[in-house]
Write a protein that binds this ligand. Structure first.
Ligand SMILES: Cc1cc2nc3c(=O)[nH]c(=O)nc-3n(C[C@H](O)[C@H](O)[C@H](O)COP(=O)(O)O)c2cc1C
Length: 384
């Protein structure tokens, strides 16, 4: 009798462990996005440049850009992809153009790594009221690829994990704010830094405003079904979905791996991500994220498509240099996605210029790297 009971319990345990193992393997195992880098009619080297350029930041990893390549004339035309705009959080298209600017800047960096110099122009596209970015590229001497630039591009990522509150050295902040490379657009897009936990320092009131207004905005957004639905549609809930869609936010991009990732993928889906419990967990996490950081970078620029592109370029370049210093970064956009919270933060920070990006910054134990969830190039690149 006892023997049989022990045998049954043993069997249940084996089934449980086996089931857990299978679930762990299929839900917590490694995702394999395998971006196809080939585009008919475009050389391998330019495809490589475009691939690394595509590792840029974009809101919800929408990768909201389209590229036409004219290799005979050595030029590219880059447009926004309106089908990938966040119609609820970004009805105006502000983040759409900021994301385009991030892409353009990362692309310029990738061209530099492959030994090209570039000239850039913004052209109005009157029909669609869009701005198109024109890049002309010229090969300099030699075929050597600057691996240091490529490694930095591959390491840069949005880090949603907990940072520690160790202060960023003031000399480092100064170097990041006075980025000489950016002088061409610095009259349009500027960066400021507000230290967090600066104990009585004047800057603390600015960091406090960023934290409280961001949380208030998140709370308001989370009450809207349309917001929940839009966010949910860009979240991914299995390796299969990440591999098929090659965009959006995977578990790894939220800092999860192994068993935690398996639990997340097993416990949530698009429908559950629209529920109260998911929204409340998101707000609680944001509160911790806002508190646990060294400070906030804020990017300002004019409120028009060219200004937004410049803000994106400035943001991506700042992020690139922060990566060199192993400073982790995460944008926090909620406060800028509602007109009234954006206005009130602008007044409190007293910039006199429209706020375009807020990024929390700080140090982490394990810096990590970009998860490279990116679409096949031929999905958005065409040869002209
Ligand atoms: C305009 C813009 C707004 C963003 N807003 C947020 C945000 O509010 N919260 C967040 O965690 N990440 C935000 N991000 C970061 C994106 O989620 C991230 O860049 C994208 O998922 C790609 O991941 P990667 O940067 O690690 O390559 C934003 C990025 C951009 C360009």
């Amino acid at each position: 009798m006892l023997k049989r009971a022990v045998r049954t319990i043993g069997l249940i345990l084996v089934i449980f462990l086996l089931g857990g193992g299978i679930a762990m393997f299929s839900f917590g195992g490694k995702v394999n996005v395998n971006t196809d880098k080939s585009v008919p009619g475009v050389s391998t080297e330019i495809c490589d440049v475009l691939y690394y350029g595509g590792l840029a930041a974009s809101s919800h990893n929408t990768q909201c850009w389209q590229v036409a390549v004219d290799e005979a004339n050595r030029e590219l035309l880059i447009n926004v992809d309106r089908d990938r705009q966040l119609l609820f959080a970004d009805a105006e298209g502000r983040e759409l153009y900021i994301s385009l600017g991030c892409y353009v800047e990362n692309l310029l960096q990738a061209f530099e790594a492959y030994g090209y110099s570039t000239a850039i122009n913004y052209l109005p596209d009157e029909d669609k009221q869009n701005i198109v970015v024109h890049i002309r590229y010229t090969k300099n001497n030699g075929d050597a690829v600057n691996q240091e630039i490529i490694e930095t591009i591959k390491r840069r990522h949005a880090d949603k994990s907990e940072f520690n509150s160790k202060a960023i050295d003031s000399e480092v902040v100064k170097a990041l704010l006075e980025d000489e490379h950016m002088t061409s657009i610095s009259s349009s897009a500027r960066v400021m830094y507000f230290a967090n936990k600066s104990d009585g320092n004047e800057m603390q009131k600015y960091a406090d405003s960023i934290k409280s207004i961001s949380l208030a905005a998140m709370n308001r957004q989370c009450q809207e079904d349309a917001y929940r639905q839009e966010l949910s549609s860009w979240l991914r809930f299995s390796n299969k979905e990440v591999e098929e869609k090659q965009d959006g936010i995977s578990a790894e991009m939220m800092g999860m791996s192994g068993i935690i990732k398996a639990i997340y993928y097993l416990g949530f889906n698009h429908e559950k991500a629209m529920g109260d419990s998911f929204a409340n967990q998101g707000i609680a996490l944001a509160e911790k994220q806002l508190d646990n950081c060294s400070g906030f970078f804020v990017v300002t620029s004019e409120d028009n498509p060219a200004g937004w592109i410049n803000a994106g370029r400035r943001t991506q370049h700042l992020w690139y240099h922060c990566t060199e210093y192993f400073i982790a970064m995460q944008p926090f956009s909620a406060a800028l996605e509602l007109q009234d919270t954006r206005q009130s933060l602008q007044q409190q920070i007293e910039t006199g210029r429209p706020l375009q990006m807020i990024l929390r910054a700080g140090y982490v134990d394990n810096y990590g790297e970009n998860q490279k969830v990116r679409r096949d190039l031929k999905e958005y690149v065409k040869a002209k």
